[in-house]
Design a protein around this ligand. Structure first.
Ligand code: SF4
Ligand code: MG
Length: 307
């Protein structure tokens, strides 16, 4: 299990007047090994900050992350190795390095192979694992398409023998047809290597088929979490329902799709009470003054006075 419990992440905005931004607050979840936990919300909701904290790129002002020790196939026992897959494969690969060196770097750094020859074999194997060819090692990142570059990022993450991948919108910079290929690859790799994913997305339909658990995030807080099937089939929180209404339905293509109404308020001055109340169609007086806390309803956790 990977337990994450973050009462608050406070970022100080340096622009005058100085204001405190709580990018992520009161967030807690655990991810069983080998499963996918997805966090979905609109841009600015704090999901990327959450991802960066989980991989250690940013520190929470309060709270903790616990990684239970795991036993690997090779008999070693210890904390999971965590790697991040970024949204933009163009920016995350060094353009001056050959792909083979990009993938070999962590192998050399962590001394995972005892010779250059073995490192080269490992790099070739990894390229094949992600659907590229061994000869691609001598080429440069600019010679590849966006989808292929994301495959290279995944190969580099696997080169570290990672157990846990934190993926921040890994397909949102790609064409729709390529997105599906990358998602299918990730699902296959998860099965093959027992990987655990924290998957960040603004798009519920992207995570629908690959998530075991799901958290819907709004202005730095989880508003609904639970098994993915339950959240999709019976969304309870008004914000989850709004997100689902904006997804095209393949079975009912003529169904009228409601556009997302309203803007996400600034996290620097969040609305009082329930932060969603200015956009909520069923808000009552209490919603303006009292913040709903997450409470359990079976396997679902929900933060709403009425749902
Ligand atoms: Fe809407 Fe009130 Fe529920 Fe917030 S607490 S989601 S405003 S009904
Ligand atoms: Mg983001």
């Amino acid at each position: 299990r990977f337990d994450v419990s973050l009462p608050a992440l406070t970022r100080l905005i340096s622009r005058a007047p100085r204001r405190i931004l709580r990018a992520v607050e009161a967030v807690s979840f655990a991810i069983p090994r080998g499963t996918t936990f997805s966090v979905v919300g609109e841009s600015g909701c704090g999901k990327s900050t959450l991802a960066r904290m989980v991989v250690g790129l940013q520190r929470p002002t309060e709270g903790s992350l616990r990684f239970a020790d795991i036993r690997r196939g090779d008999g070693t026992f210890g904390p999971p190795r965590v790697q991040m897959i970024f949204q933009d494969p163009y920016a995350s690969l060094n353009p001056r390095w050959r792909v083979g060196d990009i993938i070999a770097e962590p192998i050399r750094e962590l001394k995972l192979r005892s010779s250059e020859a073995e490192t080269g074999i490992r790099v070739g194997d990894l390229l094949e694992v992600v659907g590229l060819s061994r000869t691609d090692a001598t080429r440069f990142p600019h010679e590849f398409s966006g989808g292929q570059r994301q495959r290279i990022s995944i190969a580099r993450a696997l080169a570290t023998e990672a157990d846990f991948l934190v993926c921040d919108e890994p397909t949102s910079a790609l064409d729709v047809s390529v997105q599906a290929q990358i998602l299918n690859l990730m699902v296959r790799l998860q099965k093959e290597f027992g990987l655990t994913y924290l998957f960040i997305s603004h798009n519920l339909s992207v995570v629908r088929h690959m998530s075991d658990h799901l958290a819907i995030m709004y202005l730095g807080r989880f508003v609904e979490t639970g098994p993915a099937e339950q959240v999709f089939n019976r969304p309870r929180h008004p914000y989850t329902r709004l997100l689902l209404e904006t997804i095209p339905d393949v079975e009912k293509p003529n169904r009228e799709r409601r556009p997302m109404s309203g803007e996400v308020p600034s996290p620097i001055s969040p609305p009082s009470g329930c932060a969603f109340h200015p956009r909520c169609a069923i808000a009552v007086e209490r919603c303006r003054s009292e913040r709903p806390l997450l409470r359990n309803d079976g396997e679902i956790r929900l933060a709403c006075h009425l749902a």
